[in-house]
Design a protein around this ligand. Structure first.
Ligand code: 13P
Ligand code: SF4
Length: 310
C-alpha cells in the first residue's frame, strides 16, 4: 500500500463505488470502528446484516460473525479483512464432537451461543447472543430440557438468572476467562466510587463482583445512563473506545487479567487492521462462503433468535 494513501478517504470512495457497507464489532481497532457504517454487539450486527440492501458486506469482526451475515444474506458478497480472524470459544466446540454430545441427550433442545461455526448452528434449534440468552431460555416451557453450548460461563450465568438447569458444553473465551479476582478486588478498593461492569462470558466469581452484567451494547449503554464517573471494565478492550467517545468526562479502567504479560485484547479480533480492511474492499477478498446445505439448516435457528429478540 502506498504509505501516502489516505486510507479513510479511499475506503469511503470504494464503499460508494461498490455499494458496500462496513459492519464492525465493538472489539475492533478504533480506526475500524471510526470508519464503520454500523458498530454493534453480535445481536445488533446480525440484525443489520439481515436488513442491509448493500451488495457487499465487509464484516470487521471474526469468522463466525461473517458466516452469520452470509447465512442471513446469502446472495450478498461477505468479506472478512483477515480470513484467519477466528475465535477461541468457537474453536472449543468442534461440530463432530458436539454432534456426539448431542446424541447423548436426544430429548433436549439445543441452544447455541452465536460464537460458533455455521456447522454448529446447523446442529442447533435456537441460536442466542449474550444480549438475549436469558430471554431465549425464558421463552421456552419451564420443563423443556436444554443443551447449551459452547460457552460454559454464559451458560452458568443464564442458569443462575433463570433458575433452570441446562446441560453445558465445556467451552470458554480466552479473553474473558482470565480476569484476576484478587487484582480486581484491589482495584475496586483503590477506586471505591467506580462501577465494576462485566460481560457474561466472564467466570462466575468475576460476575459475582459486578455492579452490572451485559453484552457489549448493554455495557456501553450502562456507562451512558449511570452517573458514576469511573468504570472498571471486564471485557475486551475495544469497547472502551466507544465508552470514552460517548462519555468524554468519565474514566474507563480495563479490568486486569491474571497474567501480567496479557492484556484484554482479543488476538482474533485484532487481526483485522485498517490496511487489511482497505485491501479486502479493493480486491473483494477474502470472501466468506458457507455451503448451501449448511445455510439452509443454520438459517432457521438464527431466525428464531431474531424473531424472539424483535
Ligand atoms: P457481544 O457482542 O454479544 O457482546 O459478544 C461479545 C463477544 O465475545 C463477541 O465475540
Ligand atoms: Fe471469541 Fe473471545 Fe475473541 Fe469474542 S473475545 S471473538 S469470544 S475469543
Amino acid at each position: 500500500i502506498d504509505p501516502t494513501l489516505d486510507l479513510f478517504a479511499e475506503i469511503e470512495r470504494l464503499k460508494k463505488e461498490k455499494n458496500a457497507v462496513i459492519l464492525a464489532h465493538y472489539y475492533q481497532d478504533a480506526d475500524i470502528q471510526d470508519i464503520a457504517d454500523y458498530i454493534g454487539d453480535s445481536l445488533g450486527l446480525s440484525q443489520e446484516a439481515a436488513k442491509t440492501d448493500a451488495a457487499i458486506i465487509v464484516f470487521a469482526g471474526v469468522h463466525f460473525m461473517a458466516e452469520t451475515a452470509k447465512i442471513l444474506s446469502p446472495n450478498k458478497k461477505v468479506l472478512l479483512p483477515d480470513s484467519k480472524a477466528g475465535c477461541s470459544l468457537s474453536d472449543s466446540c468442534p461440530p463432530h464432537l458436539f454432534k456426539k454430545f448431542k446424541e447423548k441427550y436426544p430429548d433436549h433442545l439445543v441452544i447455541t451461543y452465536v460464537n460458533c461455526t455455521a456447522e454448529l448452528k446447523a446442529l442447533s434449534d435456537i441460536v442466542c447472543t449474550s444480549s438475549n440468552a436469558v430471554q431465549i431460555v425464558e421463552s421456552l416451557p419451564k420443563d423443556q430440557k436444554i443443551i447449551f453450548g459452547p460457552d460454559k460461563n454464559l451458560g452458568a450465568y443464564v442458569m443462575k438468572k433463570t433458575g433452570r438447569d441446562m446441560v453445558l458444553w465445556n467451552g470458554a473465551c480466552m479473553v474473558h476467562e482470565i480476569f484476576a479476582h484478587e487484582k480486581i478486588t484491589k482495584l475496586k478498593e483503590r477506586h471505591p466510587q467506580a462501577k465494576f461492569i462485566a460481560h457474561p462470558e466472564c467466570e462466575d466469581h468475576i460476575l459475582a463482583m459486578a455492579d452490572y452484567i451485559g453484552s457489549t451494547t448493554g455495557l456501553l449503554n450502562y456507562t451512558i445512563k449511570n452517573e458514576a464517573k469511573e468504570f472498571i471494565v471486564a471485557t475486551e478492550s475495544g469497547i472502551i473506545h466507544q465508552m470514552a467517545k460517548a462519555n468524554p468526562d468519565k474514566t474507563f479502567i480495563p479490568a486486569p487479567p491474571n497474567n501480567t504479560c496479557a492484556c484484554n485484547d482479543c488476538p482474533h479480533m485484532k487481526r483485522n487492521t485498517l490496511e487489511k480492511l482497505y485491501l479486502c474492499l479493493k480486491n473483494e477478498l477474502p470472501e466468506v462462503d458457507v455451503p448451501r446445505e449448511i445455510i439452509e439448516r443454520a438459517r432457521l435457528p438464527i431466525e428464531r433468535m431474531l424473531d424472539i429478540s424483535a
